[in-house]
Design a protein around this ligand. Structure first.
Ligand code: ADP
Ligand code: MG
Ligand code: ZN
Length: 650
């Protein structure tokens, strides 16, 4: 895909195939280097023309004089400009002799030739004299002047210090060019809303004049915000492809280099080129690398990043709406961007790209499966889309690719559901740990644990969502229970509590059947605790009343964290803690009750799991159908507290 070396200039426009653009250097430089080449050719030609004729063999000057006196020279021609005599000897052989450029020697030779009555002609060679003058004096001057002009032009036209000159020749054929990308909106699936937003950018780039005529302010900077792998880069390229605009891509971290001023110079050079090749899109990937809040770093306010950022701001202000340049930025951390970047006239338009929902995932899977041979895409892809809640577009592309690889490895003719499912799990948690042998005792403990989860889930009416049960470890986990997650945005209190019950079921089953818990429940406990904390602290689902005492902390896309708000009193916090405790205890008890009630189902399921290692489909259903529904007792509100109870807040 995109390879970028650290030393290469980052401003490498990409073509459809990701390769380098055809050479294009700025006009002055091109003209000057053309002239230079021409001059050098002329110089070489002149040198050829100036070569004195040398027929036959060379005679020393003394020998020639002797032969003249002896009458052995049949004829001679004196070339004045070349200071050379060419002629024929009495025996017919040709000769040439160069003589010293002094009057006495020439006179001596001429006199002896005349005395010997040899036929002599003298050529003054005025043409040759002029050529020599031009070649020896004028040409070198002109060539030097041209070279200086070239130097001057090359350094100035890039606006980038000496870099274009230094790169000229070496990288000159790679860096500039009206590159177009072949990506279009059709290559992006499940992002309809983002595409609608970006269509305006496309319309503007396709016809900047129309905006100018209407006096409409076009988009200048658009920030794509979203978790990694959701297609931000893809969308940016698609806009360029749709509008048939040049695409300049650079990543924020490339701006920030150790050499002082390099980052700022790069920004300048990038904008200069984009403007020269308008309409164009400047895409700054991982914008947070360059646009971090100023003054936030260590080492004072004069660090490199700050310079770069300032230059970026200056450049964004510097181009007018009619120029046909749009800056697209991408980041997964909009919260740490400098606010100056986000104000009007800069990155003032934000497009949030979310992880795709089930329908979106299906679309993305279809898109990536399109060119591959699937056994039954109509049935398999919706199934996989349902199982992959939380996957990004990149994950899904990866799933399809992994499935294809697995199919190749198995030498099968088409990608079937098994391969797709295996691929999902590979992407989710690394390849199957084939090398690790599970000791029998551990295996039965894992079976008990997972069966516990499944039985409680079934009792809570989620039997249909339990998709697969396995004692085979994947990635870091031990065993696993695959549940089909619904794409739900709103959860009731009972649903939240049910999650905790299911999470607690593993450890409860272990304790009930094997007498003690194990370390295998850490992740379950973490999930349960977080859910209980959310219920009490965020959603007003506890005896604390309808109040939100936790505030969000950290980056939206890098896992959320909730801390106590600043204005929550100590007693409230203590109450929050005890509510979390109570919820966890109650749900654990509920899990125990359910398991007690279905001890035989639990035992049967465990046995089946130990034997078969993996259970799914009808077989799993057969076990879980024996589980009766569980009715949750209505929670008793704390004395004096109702839905409207006011929690003491400072
Ligand atoms: P980001 O820049 O947000 O980190 P990319 O644009 O680099 O993500 O996406 C990586 C890859 O994932 C893309 O090249 C594409 O193959 C796939 N992908 C991501 N989102 C989508 C989508 N909505 N439709 C199709 N493919 C997608
Ligand atoms: Mg990206
Ligand atoms: Zn578990």
């Amino acid at each position: 895909m995109r390879l970028r070396s650290k030393t290469a200039d980052p401003v490498v426009p990409e073509t459809a195939d990701g390769g380098a653009a055809p050479p294009r250097v700025s006009r002055g430089v091109r003209w000057l280097s053309g002239t230079l080449a021409l001059l050098l050719v002329v110089y070489a030609l002149a040198l050829v023309v100036l070569r004195p004729p040398s027929p036959g063999s060379e005679l020393a000057f003394g020998d020639l004089q002797r032969k003249v006196l002896a009458g052995e020279v049949a004829s001679a021609r004196l070339l004045d400009e070349d200071a050379r005599v060419v002629g024929t000897l009495a025996d017919g052989a040709q000769f040439w002799t160069s003589y010293p450029r002094s009057d006495t020697a020439t006179n001596d030779l001429l006199r002896s030739l005349f005395n010997a009555e040899t036929p002599v002609s003298v050529q003054t060679q005025t043409g040759k004299a002029m050529v020599r003058f031009v070649a020896q004096f004028l040409l070198p001057l002109v060539i030097l002047a041209n070279l200086f002009a070239l130097l001057f032009y090359a350094t100035r036209s890039s606006g980038d210090g000496a870099s274009e000159f230094l790169l000229f020749g070496k990288l000159g054929d790679k860096r500039v060019g009206k590159a177009r990308t072949a990506t279009t909106f059709a290559d992006v699936a499940g992002a309809r809303e983002s595409i609608i937003e970006l269509a305006e950018v496309r319309d503007y780039l396709a016809d900047p004049k129309a905006f100018e005529v209407m006096g409409a302010l076009p988009p200048k900077g658009v920030l794509l915000v979203g978790p990694p792998g959701c297609g931000k880069t893809l969308l940016a390229r698609a806009v360029a492809g749709e509008a048939n605009a040049s695409f300049y891509s650079i990543s924020g971290s490339e701006f920030v280099e150790s050499l002082v001023g390099v980052g700022a110079a790069r920004v300048r050079s990038l904008f200069a080129q984009a403007r020269a090749h308008a309409p164009s899109i400047i895409f700054i990937d991982e914008l947070d690398g360059a646009g971090r809040q100023r003054g936030a770093g260590l080492g004072g306010g004069h660090d490199e990043r700050e310079q770069t950022l300032n230059e970026l701001l200056v450049q964004m202000d510097g181009f007018s709406p009619s120029e046909g340049v749009v800056v697209l930025g991408a980041t997964n951390r909009p919260d740490i961007l400098d606010s100056a970047l986000l104000r009007a006239g800069r990155f003032d338009r934000h497009i949030t790209i979310e992880r795709p929902d089930a329908a979106g995932r299906l679309e993305i899977l279809r898109l990536h499966a399109h060119k591959r041979r699937l056994a039954d895409p109509e049935a398999d892809l919706p199934h996989i889309a349902r199982r992959t809640a939380g996957f990004t577009g990149a994950d899904l592309a990866n799933v399809v690719n992994e499935a294809a690889l697995l199919t190749v490895r198995a030498k099968a003719s088409s990608i079937d559901r098994r391969a797709l499912e295996e691929a999902v799990e590979r992407v989710l948690s690394g390849p199957r740990r084939a090398a690790r042998l599970i000791p029998p005792a551990e295996k039965s403990r894992i079976a008990v644990h997972e069966a516990g989860h499944a039985v409680v889930a079934a009792a809570l009416g989620k039997a249909a969502e339990v998709d697969k049960l396995s004692v085979i470890a994947r990635g870091n986990g031990v065993g696993h229970l695959a549940m089909l997650e619904e794409d739900k945005a709103v959860f009731t209190r009972d649903e939240m509590a049910g999650r905790i019950t299911i999470a607690m079921a593993g450890i409860a089953a272990e304790e009930m059947i094997l007498g003690q818990p194990s370390t295998g429940s850490e992740a379950d406990l973490e999930r349960a605790t977080n859910t209980a904390r959310d219920m009490a602290g965020r959603f007003g689902m506890s005896r604390l009343g309808r109040v939100r005492v936790l505030r969000e902390q950290g980056e939206i896309f890098l896992g959320r964290d909730y801390l106590a708000s600043h204005d929550v009193s100590q007693p409230t916090l203590e109450q929050l803690d005890s509510e979390i405790r109570r919820i966890l205890d109650e749900e654990e008890t509920a899990a125990r009750n359910i398991l007690d009630q279905h001890r035989t189902v639990l035992d049967n399921l465990t046995a089946a799991l130990v034997e078969q290692e993996t259970l799914s489909g009808i077989e799993l259903e057969r076990h879980l159908n024996a589980v009766a529904g569980y009715t949750r007792p209505t929670p008793t509100p704390a004395a004096g507290s109702g839905g409207t109870r006011k929690t003491p807040l400072r």
